[in-house]
Write a protein that binds this ligand. Structure first.
Ligand SMILES: [Zn+2]
Length: 74
């Protein structure tokens, strides 16, 4: 699929098309919803753990868990 950035780059020297493209295809600025809490390490928006203010996605949490003080018991 053609991403927003790729198409934007192709038409960047055609100002009229850029303004139309932005008007109809720009992603919304959201004040709430999962998109407002991306992973602080990789920026992923899916599977983000917000509990205890972690803000890591589940993949990064596995890597960072011990460093931020989580330990395995039993
Ligand atoms: Zn992540």
């Amino acid at each position: 699929m053609m991403s927003f950035e790729r198409v934007r780059k192709q038409i960047e020297n055609k100002p009229e098309r850029v303004s139309r493209y932005d008007r109809f295809n720009k992603s919304k600025d959201r004040k709430f919803g999962k998109i407002t809490h991306p992973c602080r390490k990789c920026g992923k928006k899916a599977g983000v753990i917000r509990k205890y203010g972690l803000m890591y996605c589940r993949q990064c949490f596995r890597e960072e868990a011990e460093r931020v003080g989580f330990r395995k018991y039993s």
